[in-house]
Unconditional design. Sequence first.
Length: 539
Amino acid sequence: MSARNESPNSDRDLKGSPAFLAVEHDESERDARTAFDNSSLDSFYKPIDSYEGRHRYDPSFEWDAKEEKRVVRKIDWKICSWVCLMFFALQLDRGNISQALSDNMLGDLKLSTNDYNTGQTIFFLCFLFAELPSQLISKKVGPDNWIPIQMVSWSLVASMQAFISGRSSFWACRALLGLIEGGFIPDNILYLSYWYTSSELPTRLSFFWVAYQTTNVVSAFFAYGILHMAGTNGLEGWRWLFALEGTLTGLIGAVSYFYLPPSPTQTSSRFRGKDGWFDEREEKIMVNRVLRDDPSKGDMHNRQALDFGMFWQCLCDYHMWPIYLIGLSWLLPSVPIQAYLTLELKALGFSTFETNLLTIPAYVIFIFGLLFWTWVSEKLNERFLLATVSQIWVLPLLIALEVLPKTRSPWVGWILAVLLYAQPYFHAVIVAITSRNAGSVRTRTVASALYNMFVQASNIIGNNIYRADDKPLYRRGNKVLIAIACYNLVLFVSTKLFYVNINKKRQATWSSMSKEEKEHYLATTEDKGNKRLDFRFAH
């Protein structure tokens, strides 16, 4: 496609042609399309020779909007849908503890809610500490190999939960699940970044978390049926739940080992076909559109490991720290109700089966909210300010929980619990901006894991805010959550201002340079990724 064939205002003209590299945009437009201000200097942005798609790289290659749309839809069908299925499997095994609780698992094992809190803390601690090692292994052997290995491994442990007999075995299983499942989410995010541009990734990640919540809806129906197996072969219903759902995820993991291709230019195999899923032109479209959006994706091979020096530089990247702080706290106001939703409904007087069915509205509202707010974020090209909606949503609900009397109707308690659970979910937006603002594959690998580690740390904190001595209304816990929501409002606004200020300073410096000075900078600079003068942070 060429600029002379379509209007210069066409988004697709800019994306599909090297003319994109030469068009001047204001800062908001550039932020919406590419991380780098690479105007007329594309020769400095070519991938390394070992990059797996190097043979398809062509800065003069042109295509039209319809072709690209067909290719993206094909990627959605072949890659994104399967990633969502794998995430479905993760949440099936990670989340069925909630349905098990509704079937008196704690009573059968003679465990208290504090024992349960400790088990969840152990799970999230192990999950947290496994994030970075898993991400580093994934970068070395490839997510297409590592993710299925993780899935089959955790499915075995998940199934064996059917045989836990008390506190020690419960804690041991939670620890093993956390260690094996840790890193799965950033591994998949890294994998998706090989296929999608920065503007496409948030929407695909929203599908990712839609699969997460769809699992909760589906598993509620699964639980309704499986828990009726109580007494079969002398086993409680929750034991059958762990055994059967763990087996299902193991099957999905085994098929994933043969299904997932390493990259857009490596889809041929005996399982996928000797000619692969894409022809040469489609591969060129995939490679060049991704590299024109973010040239840093060509800096490393998809099987290239990070050495200690690269790893340390990523840890010390202070430009990413505000996002990590957000990960630590922004979900906290709704974490306790997410952990205790079924227990809360049981406490309100609903039966086991009513409880599992009454959770479904929370999951459905969550799904629609996730898709809507992710769409609005990309439509408005706004992230951190828009994310304050999540805290504005929960504040009146938490205040209501704090001030309403103990004699309130069970249905009022149900409505408040459902709406708290359905807090506007900006996780897909923040994960995508973490990937975008990393500015390089090496930083993206570490940053995605670190952000998720902070999110898991928030789960650890959140699962210990509601304590047994604060039952049944958790007045003290609700006061803490109200304070955290107010802090989050300040944090989101401060992070927005932080990135806006950096971009303005860099733009002023970059704009004052002549083309020759820019060429000299790009040819000689040792700055990498988001440290470069031509890099602009999304916000």
